[in-house]
Design a protein around this ligand. Structure first.
Ligand SMILES: C[S@@+](CC[C@H](N)C(=O)[O-])C[C@H]1O[C@@H](n2cnc3c(N)ncnc32)[C@H](O)[C@@H]1O
Length: 224
């Protein structure tokens, strides 16, 4: 099952704008979760929506000319910013072929960011003030894949890009572990904002912790 579709279904429980035609598998999983883990679903939907709103505000304030969304899934969240802010184009990349989006000024590239091939395409995207955005993607990468991606991002950060992202920092709950069986295994590699900063600094990258609470850290990585 697509993790992105489940995320949209989760968000649609509290915000109608995320409603779309969900597959039967997603509808059954959501129904099952609402019966067995009602609190988890309520809290997860609320915190995820808050995170989305924070990210949209941050992107709007940052005013990139090019936005690259890695692991974009079904996200349409940033399309309204095109022309409204400084964004001229949005390039979305996902390993799944998700092309049912209906906005101009965006390009979809199918590719696995843990493989070399897609990075030559990414490196060719020229920007004056570029922003790479990932939401809910890094937690699907194992340590080796994450290391590979951060090394590639390091090369991109040297080319007028910054990275804006967030990481979950709380240990995985039992409810989340059960949901992972259906939508894919997730990893928690950091336990605090301090650990995140330390990790990126070991690559020679600067990290600005923008917001952090006991579950999530929003941060920006940029050139030293
Ligand atoms: C939880 S969804 C988040 C979707 C979107 N960013 C959002 O917040 O609405 C994670 C997305 O990452 C994609 N993904 C996972 N591993 C990937 C990889 N190695 N390369 C590219 N995309 C990947 C999945 O296909 C999925 O669409």
């Amino acid at each position: 099952m697509r993790s992105s579709e489940f995320l949209q279904a989760l968000l649609s429980t509290i915000d109608k704008s995320y409603k779309m035609s969900f597959s039967l598998k997603t509808q059954i999983l959501l129904y099952f979760c609402q019966i067995f883990f009602p609190n988890y679903i309520k809290i997860a939907a609320k915190s995820r929506l808050k995170l989305k709103k924070d990210m949209i505000n941050l992107v709007e304030k940052y005013r990139p000319d090019i936005l690259i969304e890695l692991g974009s899934g079904y996200s349409k969240d940033y399309f309204p910013l095109v022309n409204k802010s400084a964004i001229k184009n949005i390039i979305q990349i996902d390993k799944e072929n998700i092309t049912d989006r209906d906005r101009p000024h965006y390009k979809f590239v199918k590719g696995d960011i843990t493989k070399y091939k897609v990075w030559s395409k990414i490196y060719n995207i020229k920007a004056k003030k570029g922003l790479v955005l990932t939401e809910g993607l890094f937690s699907y990468l194992n340590d080796e894949e994450f290391y590979f991606v951060i090394n590639k991002l390091k090369g991109l950060v040297k080319k007028r890009y910054s990275l804006l992202t967030h990481e979950p920092i709380k240990p995985i709950s039992v409810s989340r572990k059960i949901i992972s069986i259906f939508i894919g295994k997730t990893y928690r590699r950091f336990m605090s904002a301090k650990e995140i900063k330390h990790y990126y600094e070991s690559f020679g990258l600067k990290t600005q912790i923008i917001k952090s609470n006991k579950w999530q850290v929003i941060y920006r990585v940029y050139k030293t």
